[in-house]
Design a protein. Structure first.
Length: 73
């Protein structure tokens, strides 16, 4: 069951609810009882979601480098 993050606009608290996708847009009530909440875009387990980590930049290897073509030596 996917998780949905909500944020209370009354007290600023964020909370999670687990509900079916059919009820994803149902209004959520803050744990403190405030009905004025908004649904946040959370990272549900979908394909293509990258979570943190250092991006590995492709290192140039040969092919036009300064020391590869004999221009500096
Ligand atoms: Zn609240």
């Amino acid at each position: 069951m996917p998780r949905y993050d909500f944020r209370c606009r009354s007290c600023g608290a964020t909370f999670e609810l687990r509900r079916t996708m059919a009820r994803a847009n149902d209004p959520a009530v803050c744990p403190d009882g405030h009905p004025d909440t908004v649904k946040l875009l959370s990272t549900v387990a979908v394909t293509g979601a990258a979570s943190g980590g250092a991006a590995t930049a492709p290192a140039p290897s040969g092919g036009g480098g300064c020391c590869g073509g004999g221009c500096c030596g």
